[in-house]
Write a protein that binds this ligand. Structure first.
Ligand code: PHE
Length: 343
């Protein structure tokens, strides 16, 4: 009996010292002391060992101990509630919330959109076509002879050779598909991704984007071509831009030309970007070859037209001051998020 009383005294001191700084201190205390497997219950079990004449005395001690433990439990509960209140009180509701990251448009999409929007103002509409193409629409209908180097495995990604299925090397395939529909006049702009088997470097990639255009009607002349493209570059680069046409060769146009604009960085003075020439080559163009019209069942005696094609990556590099074409396809968020807010 004496030993029991001693034990209770020790427990009392333990309870007094029970820490209240834990989050769930009250609950931990309840489980240890007041629960069905708690200390108070087990002390009550000791009652049978107490001699009959001291049972009353022990009962009283035990009761007091129980009340003491319950009071401690209440105190711990109150302290817990206090703790919760003081934590909410430290939240400053006037602080701004967490910033939700907003997405950004890809620089290639932005540049493609700018190019398209200018031609749409001239009455061109957007046409799209497949990236996996047959030989006819990518090469043969475009008057590309059998021996043309572009047909070589080294330049073109073939999916199969007999019959030939390939990844289109330009978006001119769309122009053939549109002409084949036989609805004239035709005034279309053809944006899309194209593929060429080139070594990947800062300057070139095995896939890139193009916007090509086609205008077919009666009496379309080279003067129309020049004026349309001149309008385009003025809208794109400003009224003080100079242009020059250099004779060139494409199997699908005759005559063919390449168009340069005065370098926008050095204003024609000569710099690294224009390789000190003062000019930047931006697109290929020409009058649609009569054979191409014939291939699409269009009468070249009645109709004529012009076509042009440009890359999207190069103008985007220049506009946004980017020096490596690979950045466009790596999808590094640190790169992409720099375009947030631009359209
Ligand atoms: N298809 C040519 C290319 O991919 C571009 C072009 C289109 C040139 C139309 C002239 C006329 O390089």
């Amino acid at each position: 009996m004496e030993a029991l009383l001693q034990k209770i005294e020790t427990y009392r001191r333990e309870i007094e010292a029970f820490p209240s700084n834990e989050n769930d201190a009250a609950e931990q205390f309840r489980i240890a002391y007041l629960g069905t497997k708690g200390l108070v219950k087990s002390l009550m079990g000791e009652m049978k060992q107490v001699p009959a004449e001291r049972k009353k005395e022990f009962g009283q001690v035990l009761n007091e101990f129980k009340q003491f433990a319950e009071a401690k439990h209440e105190a711990l509960k109150a302290a817990g509630a206090q703790h919760a209140v003081s934590t909410t009180a430290t939240i400053d509701l006037s602080l701004p919330g967490d910033v939700i990251p907003v997405g950004s448009r890809h620089p290639i999409s932005m540049m493609r959109h700018r190019i398209i929007a200018i031609f749409q103002r001239l009455g061109f509409s957007v046409a799209e076509g497949p990236e996996i193409e047959d030989d006819w629409h990518n090469f043969t209908a475009l008057n590309l002879p059998e021996y043309h180097p572009a047909r070589d495995m080294q330049d073109t990604f073939y999916i199969s050779t007999d019959p030939a299925w390939l990844l289109r090397t330009h978006t001119s395939n769309i122009q053939i598909r549109e002409m084949e529909k036989g609805i004239l006049p035709l005034r279309i702009i053809c944006p899309g991704r194209v593929y060429r088997n080139e070594t990947i470097s800062a300057r070139s990639h095995c896939f890139f984007h193009q916007v090509e255009g086609l205008y077919i009607d009666e009496n379309v002349s080279f003067a129309d071509l020049k004026q349309t493209l001149y309008y385009f570059v003025q809208e794109m680069y400003g009224n003080d831009v100079k242009v020059r046409f250099r004779p060139s060769y494409f199997p699908f146009t005759e005559p063919s030309a390449e168009m340069d604009i005065s370098c926008q960085l050095c204003k024609g003075e000569g710099c690294n970007v224009c390789k000190h020439t003062g000019w930047l080559e931006i697109l290929g163009c020409g009058m649609v070859h009569p054979k191409v019209l014939q291939n699409c069942n269009i009468d070249p005696e009645k109709y004529s037209g012009f076509a042009f094609g440009m890359g999207v990556e190069r103008p985007a590099l220049l506009k946004y001051g980017i020096n490596d074409i690979r950045l466009f396809s790596e999808n590094d968020v640190r790169f992409l998020k720099q375009f947030t807010g631009l359209v």
